[in-house]
Design a protein around this ligand. Sequence first.
Ligand SMILES: [Zn+2]
Length: 202
Amino acid sequence: MCGYPFGLEMGTDYSLIGESACGACQNVKRSFTKAVSALRYDDDSRQMIIGFKHHDRLEYAKYFSNLLKFAAADLIEKSDLIVPVPLHNRRLIQRRYNQSAVLSQMLARETHIRHEPQLLQRTKNTPPQQGNINKRSLNVRGAFKVSNRHKHLIKEKSILLIDDVYTTGATVENCAKALKHAGAEEVFVATVFRVVSPQQRK
Ligand SMILES: [Zn+2]
């Protein structure tokens, strides 16, 4: 459900796994149906993501979007709209671009799915993700909303939410919650990277 990789190679026939989920997914209620990531986040990928996020290495967008097309193929097929995790306006001015929106735009262009980069808004300027898992989760609680003028677009629709890294899942969970609350039928999540640590969000 959350995309946490099992130790076993499961192949692609998910029906064999049935309804089984990782420990964290069995313990918490998630607002998204399924999350997938293309790559494990490690020391090597950290350099790529820092370049992409902070140093205008936007040429990675094409590569990342190709990875997502492959990793999230079954989710893309079921999605009506592609939406990025938003930055707060103040952060956007500092950074000049939202790396998730650059990525979602590229993916939307390649998949011919409608892209709505302004649909989700970040209402709280949360500090960069730091601290323990509970603190991170509190930081982003209620930090997102669907803009009023976009609400009519998501009624009973399946939304594909895009971010660069899945860390604790708190950010995408809160985005998904806002989307569902505003009437979305289903929310899928695709991120390029997945932090794989033994400590899972509870
Ligand atoms: Zn899980």
